[in-house]
Design a protein around this ligand. Sequence first.
Ligand SMILES: [Zn+2]
Ligand SMILES: [Zn+2]
Length: 365
Amino acid sequence: MPEITAAVVAEPNAPFELKTVTLDDPRADEILVRIKGVGICHTDLVAQAGYFTAELPAVFGHEGAGVVQAVGPEVTKVSVGDRVALSFTYCGKCACCSRGELAYCKDMTPLNSSGKRADGSKTMGDVSGSFFGQSSFASHALTSEKNVVKVPDGVPLEVAGILGCGVQTGAGAVLRSLDLRPESSLVVFGVGAVGLAAVMAAKLRGLATVIAVEVHESRRALALELGASHAIDPTAEDSTRKIREICPDGVDAILDTTGLPIVVNTVPDILAKRGQFGFVGIPPVSDIDLKLPGPLMAAMRNGWTFRGIIEGDSDVDGFLAELMDEYLKGNFPFDRMVTRYPFDKINEAIADQHDGRCLKPVLIP
Ligand SMILES: [Zn+2]
Ligand SMILES: [Zn+2]
C-alpha cells in the first residue's frame, strides 16, 4: 500500500496540513494516479468548513490531473503511463445517469462527498477520501474509469484537472445547460474560474453581448480580454442600470456564480422576456437561504426559466474531450486563469484566491 503525501483537514475550518497517509492499493476496478496538478475550487473550502457529510479528518481536492501509475485488472479505459484529468463520479445506473445527465445522479452526494467508496469502505485508513471520486489534494489519488479522461498531447497536464469541475461548470452552463445562441445576450455575475469559463464559452459560441459583473479589477480585465464585451464594477456603478443601458429589453441569459442574495434579487429587473436564469453559486455563508427572485406570476408572464446547474451538465468524457480540442485549436485558453503554487503553499494559495490576488490556483504536488 503506497505511502502518500496528502493535505489533511483535521477538524472543521482547520488549515490544510501536509501529512503522510497510507492509500489502499487499487482494487480490481480502480486506478492509481500520480497527481501532477490539482486546482482549488470553492467546494473544497465548503468541505474544509465541515459542511459535507465526510467525517474529518479528510482529504479533499477534486480537480486533479496526473499520470496513471497502476490499474486494477478490470480497468480497460486507461493504462499505466496515460495522462489523465479527473472529474466527479456517478452511479451510471439511475434514470439521470442513463440519460447521460451524470451530474444529477441520484447518488451524486454520497458518491462524491461521503468520504467513502460506494460500498462504504475508506481508501486511507481512518482518513476520509474518495472526494469527488478522487481526493486529489495529494501526491496520489485512487479513482475509477468513470471519472478519468485522457489528456491529449499539447494540453498542459498539470492544469487539465480544472476542466473537471470549475471550468466545465462555467463552460457547460453556456454551451449545455442554457445552450445559448450567438444572438443571445448574457450577464455573468462573478468572473472567478467558473464565470470566466462561461465568458470564454460564450465567445466560443459567438455571443456578441457578454457582460461581466465583478468586483476585482484584474478579473474584469481578463474577462474583457477573453470574451466579455462589457465589464461592470458593482462597487462603482449601479449594475442594474448599466445592464439596462446595454440591453434595454433585458438580457436573454444570466449566470450567477456568486450565490449572493443581492445579486439574485436583481434578476427580475434585468431578465428579458423568455430569459433564462442559471445558477451555480453556493452562498458564502451556509445559513443563507437563497430564494428564487420575484413572484411566480412574473416568471409566468415573462416565460422565464430558472435553471439550477451542476457541473455544467457535463457528461465528463465527451465534454472534457470537446473542451480540450477547442484548447488545442486556440479557441478556449482555459490555462490563462491559472496561477501555479507548490503543494505546501496550499493555505497561502487559498488566501490569495480569496483576496483576488489569483483567480484559479493550481497546486503542484
Ligand atoms: Zn446515477
Ligand atoms: Zn468544484
